[in-house]
Ligand binder design. Structure first.
Ligand code: DX5
Ligand code: ZN
Length: 222
């Protein structure tokens, strides 16, 4: 594979009482991005963090912050999260009626990577007419809301089809995969065309966090 796969540890499974230290450990392990899961208790049945924590993270690490919004009506909060320090920002196709408009809202900043996330049951055809507007697609390989769930195998087919859609149009859109990723299946998603691997529990539930990041990178290097 000629393209470098990016590893994005998700802090959802981190020890929040010592978040700064845990972030330093993933950076030490060679993480490329820091994945930040924002949940509102409406779009998903869990509540996590808001712009204040993103702002605090921005001050504590040089890693680009990859903010994954799992919230209804993301258009209301795009600006807040970008101002707080997000440099990659994705929202869910299922959470807004106006995804094309939300993408433009993100792209107006000029330096923020704009992504759309699709749930396991959302067909890839959703992306047909907005693919050109995307910097990345986030394929959910679990139902969003919680860390530590099992990888849903149909995500592999989705990645393959989206890869084909992107390549056949000669576009530069990255595929990110999120949910149930570990060193045991990283090779499979990369083979199908994923280029950004999100991993929460596989990294932060490990005794040796830097080693866990390196392990996923090794497994993803084909
Ligand atoms: C789930 C989140 C994921 C989560 C992944 O809704 O979007 O980013 O942290 O956790 P693991 O890697 O444990 O499945
Ligand atoms: Zn996520």
């Amino acid at each position: 594979m000629d393209k470098k796969v990016l590893i994005a540890p998700s802090i959802l499974s981190a020890d929040f009482s010592r978040l700064g230290e845990q972030v330093a450990l993933v950076a030490q392990g060679g993480a490329d991005l820091l994945h930040v899961d924002v949940m509102d208790g409406h779009f998903v049945p869990n509540i996590t963090i808001g712009p204040l924590v993103v702002e605090a993270l921005r001050k504590t690490t040089d890693l680009p912050l990859d903010v994954h919004l799992m919230i209804e009506n993301p258009e209301r909060y795009i600006d807040r999260f970008i101002e707080a320090g997000a440099s990659w920002l994705s929202f869910h196709a299922e959470a807004t009626h106006h995804s094309h408009r939300v993408l433009q809202q993100i792209k107006e900043y000029g330096y923020v990577k704009a992504g759309i996330s699709i749930n396991p049951a959302t067909p890839v055809t959703y992306l047909q007419h907005i693919l050109e507007d995307l910097d990345f697609v986030l394929v959910m390989s679990v139902n969003p809301g919680f860390g530590g769930q099992k990888f849903i195998p149909s995500a592999l087919d989705k990645i393959e089809v989206i890869r084909h859609m992107i390549d056949s149009r000669g576009l530069d859109v990255k595929i990110q995969v999120d949910g149930g990723i570990s060193a045991a299946n990283a090779d499979k998603v990369v083979l199908k065309g994923a280029e950004i691997l999100v991993a929460g529990s596989a990294v932060f539930d490990s005794e040796d966090i830097p080693k866990a990041v390196r392990g996923i990178r090794k497994a993803a290097t084909l």
